[in-house]
Every structure is written in structure tokens, then in C-alpha cells.
Design a protein. Structure first.
Length: 350
């Protein structure tokens, strides 16, 4: 059998490896918060009410309505997906013609390029400035050779920094192609452009439940846009793309607005604590630097990064190594931070 060249050349996403129950997991940018008992009871009741012998609601109407309420936008502009990843795939398949051009901001979430390659699109990149998506660079690249779709994360994974909302809106208003702003980490920052999707008809915002909302295992994401784009995406997506179980779990959790708000604040506090601790460590160590963040993770950079990564792995502490010299550490519990800093200090003095 002859494999298509696009598949042979494909580099799969480097997902976090499975580890034992005793591992410290700070490598996937998930929430460290688990549902309290009272919420588990509501989740369990919701799951038990699911008619497993029936297909799920194809529009995930109740789920979308709850998410729309949390985001303060009309439900008519919300489309649910099996995580943001499915929605990224859908957008690149539905809104870009075969052999079309996708423009990204580099470095960024690797799946933008993976899906562009899978659909045989040309993928071009504009550089970031100081770790932030550069709207001027994206606009210049688009004007030099027009793109069929522009997509970037804001704040950015992996840099942890974002572009101000005014600059993002200026880009969307200056181009005539879809502009997809992946706001997976916007719960931790205040520069969302979500409120402008109703008047900016080429603007699409992606949101996830995998970070601040603690539902990475449920695989839930949302595309938010004006009604015409939302209707087109509903027509193009798989009919039953969000399972009945995921819809039930998501609805049970999204109904608890006060709890979710408290989760966001707890993660913000944890991230601030982590940054302070890593900054103090970097000040004492040689060859390492801690970077400010607008997300739920902190970057360490420097020539000692690979050695630190291996030392932590040996202690069953898992963070993300971004070659050649960057480490990405997700905010976690106080005990996880203590284990991380203890291992870092031990390697420093060894």
C-alpha cells in the first residue's frame, strides 16, 4: 500500500505520556482542581439521566446555552466541539479551499500546522515580537500574499503572552478572511475579543473547558462567532460530534457559575505563586530564567533547561520540554510546587 505523502510527512502532536498515580503532573496545562463531592453528586446524577441508547443532541443546545450565558453572548453564535482541537480541524477544513493558504503566528500551538498539512493547505508564519503575537507582522504577511484564514492563540501557548484586544480587532477589521483567535487561556487574562464577534463578521473565537474549567477529560470546546458563521459550522461539523455523556457532564459543571469563578481565581493565585517561586530559584541559579505569564503556566529558559528536565523526570516530576532550551511548567497544588522546587534545588546544589 502506498501512503499519501501528506501522511508520511506528518509530525504527530507530542501528547503528555501516561505516568503512574504517584507522579507530579505539571506538563499539560490542565487544571489541578478536582470536583468537590457535592459537584460529583450532580455530575453523577446528570450522567445517570443520559439515554445511552439514543444519539446525543447534535446541536448540544443545553450545553451551548449554558456556555453562552457564562460568556454573555447569544447561544445562536455558539458551536460545541469535541475539544477545541476538533473545532480547529473543522475550521481549516470548512473555511479554507483545497490548496489554500493558512497564516499562523510562530511559535504557536502545533496542531494548527498539523491540520493545515493534513488538508494540504499552504501554511505560512509571521514571527512573534517579544513572545507576543504580532498583529502588524500578520497583517504585513497577509498583504504580501493573502491568506484564506488566519489563526493564532491569545494568550499564546507556548510563550504565555498575548496581544491586546484592540490590536487583534484591528487585524480582523483590516482583512477579508476569517480570523480565528484561540482564547484557550483567556480565563487568566483580560483581553478577550469575544464581545466583538457579533459585529465583526469574520471573527471566530475558540474557548475550551480543559484549562480553567477543569474538564480536560470531558473534551469540550466552543467556537463563538456571528450567526452566519455559526450556522455554516453547524452544517459542516459531524452530526453527533459531542457525546451525550460529555454534554451531561459539561452542563452539570457549567451550571455552577460561582464554583467556576472560584476555580479561575484559585488557578490565578497558584500561577502567581509558581512564578514567584521559580523567579526566586532562577535568581539563585545560573543559566536559567523565569518568564512572566498571562496563562496558567510559567516558562523557564536557558542552556541548563534540558538537564533540569531530565533531573525532574528522574524524580517522577513531569513538566514540558520545548527544545532546545525551554521548560513549561503548569500551575499546580502547593504540594506539587513544593516537590518541583525541592527537586530543582537539589539538582542546583548537586
Amino acid at each position: 500500500m502506498r501512503w499519501p505523502d501528506k501522511l508520511v510527512r506528518l509530525t504527530p502532536y507530542a501528547a503528555a505520556p501516561a505516568t503512574d498515580a504517584g507522579a507530579v503532573r505539571l506538563d499539560a496545562n490542565e487544571s489541578f482542581l478536582t470536583p468537590p463531592d457535592w459537584l460529583w453528586e450532580k455530575i453523577t446524577a446528570a450522567v445517570r439521566s443520559v439515554a445511552l441508547h439514543r444519539y446525543p443532541d447534535p446541536a448540544a443546545s443545553a450545553l451551548c446555552a449554558l456556555f453562552a450565558g457564562r460568556m454573555h453572548v447569544p447561544a445562536s453564535g455558539v458551536v460545541a466541539g469535541n475539544g477545541s482541537d476538533e473545532l480547529i480541524s473543522l475550521l481549516l477544513a470548512a473555511l479554507v479551499p483545497h490548496g489554500g493558504r493558512v497564516l499562523v503566528s510562530e511559535p504557536d500551538f502545533s496542531m494548527y500546522r498539523v491540520y493545515a498539512q493534513l488538508y494540504e493547505h499552504d501554511c505560512a508564519a509571521a514571527p512573534k515580537t517579544g513572545g507576543r503575537p504580532d498583529m502588524g507582522a500578520l497583517l504585513a504577511a497577509h498583504r504580501a500574499r493573502p491568506a484564506d484564514l488566519i489563526i493564532f492563540s491569545n494568550p499564546c501557548n507556548p510563550t504565555g503572552l498575548g496581544a491586546p484586544a484592540a490590536e487583534v480587532l484591528a487585524l480582523a477589521e483590516a482583512v477579508d478572511c476569517p480570523v480565528v483567535v484561540d482564547e484557550a487561556y483567556m480565563d487568566f487574562w483580560d483581553q478577550s475579543v469575544l464581545a466583538h464577534t457579533r459585529r465583526c463578521d469574520n471573527l471566530i473565537v475558540l474557548r475550551t473547558c480543559s484549562k480553567a474549567l477543569g474538564l480536560a477529560g470531558a473534551r469540550l470546546g466552543f467556537a463563538l462567532s456571528g450567526d452566519p458563521l455559526a450556522a455554516a459550522l453547524r452544517a459542516a461539523k459531524s452530526p453527533f460530534n459531542v457525546s451525550a455523556l460529555a454534554q451531561a457532564v459539561g452542563a452539570a459543571v457549567l451550571a455552577e457559575a460561582e464554583y467556576l469563578d472560584a476555580c479561575v481565581q484559585a488557578i490565578r493565585r497558584s500561577t502567581a505563586d509558581l512564578y514567584r517561586a521559580l523567579s526566586a530559584f532562577a535568581a539563585r541559579a545560573e543559566g536559567i530564567e523565569a518568564h512572566e505569564t498571562e496563562t496558567n503556566f510559567v516558562l523557564l529558559t536557558g542552556p541548563r533547561a534540558p538537564a533540569l528536565y531530565e533531573a525532574l523526570r528522574a524524580q517522577n516530576i513531569h513538566i514540558r520540554h520545548l527544545p532546545p532550551n525551554t521548560l513549561r511548567t503548569t500551575a499546580g497544588t502547593a504540594s506539587e510546587h513544593k516537590a518541583l522546587l525541592t527537586a530543582l534545588e537539589a539538582h542546583q546544589t548537586a
